[in-house]
Write a protein that binds this ligand. Structure first.
Ligand SMILES: [Zn+2]
Ligand SMILES: [Zn+2]
Length: 395
């Protein structure tokens, strides 16, 4: 039993009961119909056999309170024609039974609904994952999902701060252009699997229970390829070079991993694509460093500038900014230029943090030395009293 069955089949109608029927009413209706249509009472009547199957299938869901709840939930979510059969490519049995672009806007996939399949599967798996105990509804099976792809991109420091869109060239499996991924030789189409009649699952009836399992003949795809595509040998995928434009948001950080849903390997024969993960490396800048959304910069100043104060003109990423160094500023002090850091899309911005580094000249001229000696004579000694007691202990 697949999710497709649940959406398409009205089990209440099959049992001739109202949606609000009690579990007793459902049981009664089922018993009556099962008795009437039972193959033992109708030998050789294929119509009765079909009715018996339908009734059993309906009761397998409605007779189980948990499954009935899930069924009701799914029908109310997706019922009444919210899903259209995918008309593209003549229906592609089993490949992509619904036109998901109706539901998900079809934006990310660039018109190819196969690539928006991720949301579709996620939605279903969350509906089906409740409980997970024995006897729960089988997870819908379909063509295997494509693998995730990992790649690495090195960004310039400035690009990472401002955000950038870069073409990313990937050599990875992609959808075969010759058969558009369905694996069939051009001019032919995959045909419905003769074993499961396109459902992808086979059902065995045993008394009033029915068991579903993925069809072994078609591996749950629902279709088989009779004449294989010569390009991809029936797999629907070939190795190709793809170029994707990837948008890196402003403030993307070194080591960050960006997920592009549905941009990984395509699934086999039209299955949902995997995801693409882009590992970001940010090349260091020769001037600026970065802590979160703040940019950092170290600016050397002279001793005289630290003592007397000065106005410093320093570069930012986009221009310059003038910072006032007040007289008597100690070395190591950090000045802040507000909003000159990483500017996020939502307008939040970090700051530029400027660390002042008081530089001591290795050599001075005779005049400078004389001036410094005069200066020293005019300056009280540095406050080292708190160290002196400890020093005296060792002398
Ligand atoms: Zn092909
Ligand atoms: Zn099959």
């Amino acid at each position: 039993m697949s999710s497709k069955d649940w959406i398409e089949k009205d089990y209440y109608a099959a049992l001739g009961v109202d949606k609000s029927a009690s579990s007793d009413e459902i049981k009664k209706a089922y018993r009556k119909l099962a008795r009437e249509s039972h193959p033992d009472h109708n030998p050789g009547d294929t119509g009765a056999e079909e009715r018996f199957k339908t009734v059993s299938e309906a009761y397998a869901v409605l007779g189980d309170e948990k499954k009935r709840r899930e069924y009701d939930e799914m029908r109310s979510l997706f019922g009444s024609g919210a899903f259209r059969r995918n008309a593209r490519g003549g229906g592609q049995p089993g490949g992509m039974p619904f036109d998901v672009s109706d539901l998900f806007g079809g934006g990310a996939g660039g018109g190819d609904s196969r690539f928006s399949g991720g949301g579709f599967t996620d939605l279903f798996s969350s509906i089906f994952s409740g409980g997970g105990g024995a006897g729960g509804p089988a997870r819908p099976r379909g063509p295997a999902r494509g693998r995730d792809v990992e790649t690495e991109v090195a960004l310039d420091f400035t690009d990472a701060v401002r955000g950038v869109t870069l073409p990313l060239t990937l050599r990875a499996p992609g959808v075969c252009d010759t058969c558009h991924g369905n694996g069939a030789k051009p001019g032919t189409q995959p045909v419905a699997c003769p074993v499961c009649h396109g459902a992808g699952v086979t059902t065995r009836n045993q008394g009033s229970f029915s068991f579903s399992e993925p069809c072994r003949n078609c591996q749950g795809v629902g279709t088989i390829v009779e004449e294989k595509c010569p390009e991809c040998h029936g797999t629907g995928g070939v190795t190709k070079t793809r170029t994707l434009n990837v948008r890196f948001p402003a403030g993307v950080a070194d080591g960050q991993r960006i997920r592009l849903a549905g941009r990984g390997e395509p699934g086999e024969r039209g299955g949902p694509a995997g995801d693409l993960f882009v590992q970001v490396k940010v090349r260091p800048d020769e001037l600026f460093g970065r802590t979160g959304d703040d940019l950092t910069l170290t600016v050397p100043i002279t001793y005289a500038e630290a003592v007397l104060g000065t106005d410093l003109r320093v570069p930012t990423l986009d221009g310059t900014v003038t910072l006032r160094v007040p007289p008597g500023t100690p070395g190591g002090r950090v000045l802040r230029a507000r909003g000159k850091g990483v500017v996020r899309k939502d307008g939040r911005a970090g700051d530029l943090l400027v660390t002042l580094d008081v530089v001591v000249p290795a050599k001075v001229s005779d005049e400078a030395r004389a001036a410094l000696e005069t200066f020293a004579a005019q300056t009280p000694p540095a406050a080292r009293e708190h160290l002196d007691a400890r020093v005296r202990r060792f002398s």
